[in-house]
Design a protein around this ligand. Structure first.
Ligand SMILES: C[S@@+](CC[C@H](N)C(=O)[O-])C[C@H]1O[C@@H](n2cnc3c(N)ncnc32)[C@H](O)[C@@H]1O
Length: 220
């Protein structure tokens, strides 16, 4: 393993807001903070927002600074990527963030019913038509989010992928969710707000290739 990656693996473990657990452990017993994130970790009763497939967690770090009255948890399976956001959060001394390395497919083992207010899904792997069930907005995953989201909880999706975007619109129709925002090209359609102000690592890459960036938000 490259030295830098190894250093990141080691360093992220020292951050007090970083947690990880394996697939088999989670399957056997729930994550210890399940149902207790507010009381036992954040020490407040503020809304809880998740960023799934966070990568370097650009949204978590930015939102945590802007919205100090909310708690944010960045989730991914790759801790060397998460280290980038976690290191920034550590340097900034952010108190309203956590980083959780778990497979999203076991998210309901980490959060209790009604524990989560909002979910952001930022540039997830689009997955081809042949693997739609692996999409983070497929019914397989949506049903998991429904187990942890509060009634009327929000889900945001930012992506460059037109197929994933249209697929997600179909899925939310089939669930009868309420579409709140739908932009096929955020930089043409939106003003200056958090959707256009924050660019993730993958977003910058897609923008440099001339792709348009899409965004939707819906309420369950
Ligand atoms: C294309 S990257 C996007 C990263 C970041 N949001 C960005 O925009 O730069 C997709 C991320 O999803 C993570 N991922 C994919 N499937 C996952 C799963 N089942 N559980 C946890 N993370 C997953 C990958 O590790 C990767 O970091």
């Amino acid at each position: 393993m490259a030295r830098k990656k190894l250093q990141r693996f080691e360093e992220i473990q020292t951050f007090p807001f970083y947690f990880e657990t394996g697939y088999f452990t989670l399957q056997q017993c729930p994550f210890p903070l399940k149902g207790k994130w507010r009381n036992d970790f954040f020490g407040n009763d503020n809304p809880l927002v998740l960023e799934l497939a966070c990568g370097k967690a650009e949204y978590t770090v930015e939102m945590a600074q802007r919205f100090t009255n909310k708690n944010f948890i960045a989730i991914d399976i790759k801790s060397d990527r998460m280290w980038v956001g976690a290191n920034k959060a550590n340097n900034l001394g952010l108190k309203n963030v956590a980083f959780l390395r778990v497979p999203i497919g076991l998210i309901e083992h980490c959060f209790d019913k009604n524990e989560v207010d909002e979910i952001w899904i930022t540039f997830p792997d689009p997955q081809p038509q042949s693997r739609v069930s692996k999409r983070l907005t497929s019914p397989r995953f949506i049903n998991r989010y429904l187990k942890i989201l509060k009634p009327q909880g929000l889900i945001h999706l930012k992506t460059d992928d037109g197929d994933l975007f249209n697929y997600t619109l179909e899925i939310l129709k089939s669930f009868n969710f309420k579409l709140l925002e739908c932009n096929y090209d955020v930089y043409k359609e939106r003003g200056d707000d958090i959707i256009t102000q924050v660019q993730t690592f993958y977003e910058k890459m897609w923008l440099s290739q001339g792709k348009t960036i899409k965004y939707l938000a819906f309420q369950i």
